[in-house]
Design a protein around this ligand. Structure first.
Ligand code: KG4
Ligand code: ZN
Length: 328
């Protein structure tokens, strides 16, 4: 079995996965609600909360420790002070049990959320929408992954967080905005769709965020109805932007399998629109289960199996954290 740890942002999570069967034996996550009042994640607070939460979850894995062959941990990208908590814990476990470490790239982990308790499916084109990243990835195989599109500024999930903050709704903004948007009028405000005239395969959300800010300032006193309508109009525009760029990819490539991963892939409005587009192009859509969209340790464990089988292990505790994404 492999024990996997995730602490790249505000979720403390540990899983135990069986290497041969890929079965998820145990997994638990403690999400830090304490950031809500700040409208975003406070790194130092997140780090202190991981110190409390990770050992609590680890205690529940005692019965599996004698079966462990390796300990996997997210070491990039993410908040350096929170990544360090997971990496230090992983090193302590590896040292005391005399087993190797496995370094996990968080974004590749999100891709492997598609394959929890399943076999891999390649090639795929993958849309990754999280709080830190918005990318379209061409994944030909485990070792051949390249980025087709990236964001020029904010990420899709981050733009939901920022709009929620402007509306004083709390954090994380994605689920709150989605819920409000359900009963809102998405046609009331016509925000400009970012890069709609640009041939570039890229994303941008900061202009849209500013357009929303200006509309909120215009409204002055916000009624509950205003908040619902702003949420619905913003969600529609942000999703249309994603749709337009994904459509470009579908038109220019022979795509058979498409997937959406990352925390914001839980957004049902976006899922529905993407599903419709995939149907139009006769492309098979792959989605992770809702509980594995946001950060979790099960996806880290699933990727760790592949790394373990390929001998991509670290035997000398020589593992550093990288806050920035470099490559897959
Ligand atoms: O993947 P994730 O858990 O953490 C990162 O790796 O960043 O993604 C968290 C992000 C947050 O920005 C959150 O607001 C967004 O995903 N999110 C959503 C939804 N649920 C979470 N965004 C839009 N709609 C949602 N339903
Ligand atoms: Zn994530």
């Amino acid at each position: 079995m492999i024990l996997s740890i995730e602490s790249s942002c505000d979720d403390s999570a540990i899983a135990i996965t069986d290497i041969e069967t890929k079965k998820l034996i145990f997994h638990k996550k403690i999400s830090q609600v304490e950031h809500s009042i700040y409208g975003g994640v406070v790194p130092e607070l997140a780090s202190r909360l991981h110190i409390k939460a990770l050992p609590l979850i680890f205690e529940e894995t005692k019965e599996y420790l004698h079966k462990l062959k390796a300990v996997a941990v997210t070491n990039e990208p993410g908040l350096s002070v929170t990544l360090m908590e997971g990496v230090m814990m992983a090193k302590a476990i590896a040292l005391s049990l005399n087993i190797p470490l496995i370094a996990i790239n968080h974004l590749k982990g999100h891709i492997y959320s598609l394959f929890i308790e399943k076999d891999e499916i390649f090639p795929q084109i993958i849309l990754l929408v999280s709080g830190g990243h918005t990318q379209i990835i061409e994944a030909k195989s485990y070792s051949q992954m390249s980025i087709l599109a990236n964001t020029l500024d904010d990420s899709f999930g981050e733009s939901f967080d920022k709009v929620a903050k402007m509306l004083q709704l709390g954090y994380p903004g994605g689920p709150i905005i989605e819920k409000l948007a359900k009963d809102g009028d998405k046609e009331r405000f016509s925000f400009p769709v970012p890069l709609s005239q640009s041939p570039k395969l890229a994303f941008s959300f900061s202009g849209l965020k500013n357009a929303v800010r200006m509309e909120i300032e215009n409204l002055k006193e916000l009624s509950e109805e205003d908040k619902r309508d702003v949420s619905a109009s913003f969600q529609k525009t942000a999703s249309t932007h994603i749709l337009q760029k994904v459509k470009k990819v579908f038109k220019s490539r022979d795509v058979k399998n498409f997937a959406i991963v990352g925390g914001a892939s839980a957004n049902l409005y976006l899922r529905e629109k993407i599903e419709h587009l995939c149907n139009q192009f006769s492309i098979k859509l792959h989605l992770s289960e809702l509980e594995y969209c946001s950060d979790n340790s099960a996806m880290i464990g699933r990727l760790a199996i592949e790394k373990y089988k390929r001998g991509e292990i670290i035997n000398d505790l020589n593992l550093e954290v990288n806050p920035r994404f470099k490559s897959f």
